[in-house]
Design a binder for this molecule. Structure first.
Ligand code: SF4
Ligand code: SF4
Length: 357
C-alpha cells in the first residue's frame, strides 16, 4: 500500500535573501567600498555603480507594538518597506536613492527617534534578556539602558569618540550580555537566604544542586524536612540557584549591587578578543535612573575621549597607558577585589559535564 509520507516541517532560521533589499541581492558579494556621509547614515557602492544608503536610528531598546508599527509605517512610506533590526534592536532603513535619505531622517526625527549610532559614536547599549525572558535577573537591564542612553544621547547622535564604544548591561554576573568596552552588571554580594519551610514543597533539589557552578549546594535535613544548605565559603553569589528554587532568595535591596567592567572586545580585527575587567564594584542598584553608575560611566568615557589616540578602542587605550594610570585618571579606587587572573579557575569552578541550565 502506498503511503503518503508527511513532508517535514522546516523550522529554524529562515532564508535571509527573501527579506533583503533588491539592490543587496543584485550586488551580493560585489560591494566596492562604503562611506559615512553623516552620523547615522552609511553609503555602500557596488562595482555595478549601484548605491545603497542605510539610515540608523535609536529606540528605547525593548519595543512595544505601537513603536514597531510607527517604525514600520515610516519604512513603508519612506523606504519602500525595507527595514531591518540590528543585534542591538536598532532599526535600519535601506534606500537606493540619495534623495530619499533626508525625508526619511526628517520623518524619524519628527516621530521622536534619534538618528545616529554609526562609526565612532557610542553605539546603542546591548542588554541581556532581563525580566522579559530570563528567570534569574537581579534588576531590569533594559531600565539601565534607557536611563543611560538618555544621558549619552549626544554621544549617540555625534561621532566624537576616538573609536566606536560598545556598552553592555547584564542583570546577573553570568553576564550573557557579552563583553563590552564598558559593561554594567548586577553583582550579588551575599549568598542566598534559604526559606527551609518552602524548599521541600517548591524545589526540585537535584536541579538546584546541579545548577551551582562551584558545587556549593548540598541536600540537607533541616527541622526534620528535606532542604538544602549552602557552603558560604564556596558560594560566588551568582544567583543561578534562585530560579529553580525561589526559596533561595538572593535579590536584596541593599546587597545586590552594580559593578562596572572595562575593556571587553569581541572583535579580532586588530588584536585578540579581550575579556572586560572589573573597575568599580558595590555601586548602588538604584532604579529608575541609576545615577551613581551613570556618573562612573560618563567619567570613564570623558577620560577615554580626552586621552585616547584616534581609532584606539577602550581596551587599546588602557593597554597603552596601563591599568594604574587608568585608575588614576578616572579617580576610581583600586582594591583587592580587582585582581583575578583566573589562575585558580580549574580548581575553583565546577567543570563537570553535568552542569546545565
Ligand atoms: S545576564 Fe543573567 S539574569 Fe540577565 S538575562 Fe543573562 S543570564 Fe539572565
Ligand atoms: S548557584 Fe551561585 S548563588 Fe547559588 S549557591 Fe551556588 S554559587 Fe551561590
Amino acid at each position: 500500500m502506498a503511503v503518503n509520507m508527511r513532508e517535514p516541517i522546516e523550522s529554524g532560521c529562515p532564508d535571509g535573501f527573501q527579506y533583503m533589499h533588491p539592490t543587496s541581492i543584485k550586488n551580493f558579494g560585489q560591494w566596492k567600498y562604503h562611506t559615512h556621509p553623516r552620523p547615522g547614515v552609511l553609503m555602500h557602492e557596488a562595482y555595478s555603480g549601484d548605491r545603497l544608503y542605510t539610515v540608523k536610528c535609536g529606540t528605547q531598546r525593548i519595543l512595544d507594538v505601537f513603536t514597531l508599527r510607527t517604525l514600520c509605517d515610516i519604512g513603508d512610506e519612506y523606504a519602500d518597506g525595507h527595514i531591518h533590526f540590528t543585534i542591538r534592536s536598532l532599526p535600519e532603513f535601506l534606500v537606493d536613492d540619495e534623495a530619499k535619505v533626508e525625508p526619511l531622517i526628517k520623518a524619524l526625527e519628527d516621530a521622536g527617534f534619534i538618528v545616529g549610532g554609526t562609526r565612532n559614536s557610542v553605539a546603542m547599549i546591548s542588554h541581556t534578556q532581563g525580566w522579559l525572558h530570563c528567570d534569574i535577573p537581579g534588576t531590569d537591564a533594559s531600565g539601565v539602558v534607557k536611563s543611560m542612553m538618555d544621558e549619552l544621547i549626544d554621544e549617540f547622535r555625534e561621532c566624537n569618540m576616538p573609536n566606536r564604544v560598545h556598552l553592555t548591561t547584564s542583570c546577573c554576573q553570568i553576564n550573557c550580555g557579552g563583553q563590552g568596552d564598558i559593561a554594567i552588571n548586577v553583582q550579588h554580594t551575599k549568598p542566598p537566604r534559604i526559606n527551609h519551610d518552602l524548599v521541600a514543597n517548591v524545589c526540585e533539589r537535584p536541579s538546584v544542586v546541579a545548577r551551582c557552578p562551584v558545587a556549593a549546594i548540598r541536600p540537607a535535613m533541616v527541622n526534620g524536612k528535606n532542604s538544602l544548605e549552602v557552603d558560604e565559603k564556596k558560594c560566588i553569589c551568582c544567583g543561578a540557584c534562585f530560579p529553580p528554587c525561589p526559596p533561595m532568595q538572593i535579590n536584596d535591596a541593599e546587597h545586590s549591587k552594580l559593578a562596572i567592567w572595562v575593556g571587553g572586545n569581541h572583535s579580532n580585527a586588530r588584536g585578540k578578543p579581550t575579556f572586560h575587567k572589573l573597575v568599580a564594584s558595590g555601586i548602588p542598584n538604584n532604579p529608575p535612573r541609576w545615577p551613581e553608575a551613570n556618573a562612573i560611566v560618563k567619567r570613564i568615557l570623558k577620560e577615554y575621549k580626552e586621552g585616547a589616540r584616534d581609532w584606539e578602542r577602550i581596551n587599546e587605550w588602557v593597554e597603552r597607558i596601563g591599568w594604574p594610570r587608568f585608575f588614576e585618571v578616572t579617580n576610581l579606587p583600586f582594591t583587592k577585589y580587582h585582581i583575578d587572573n583566573w589562575r585558580g579557575s580549574r580548581a575553583r569552578l565546577n567543570s563537570s559535564t553535568h552542569i546545565r541550565f
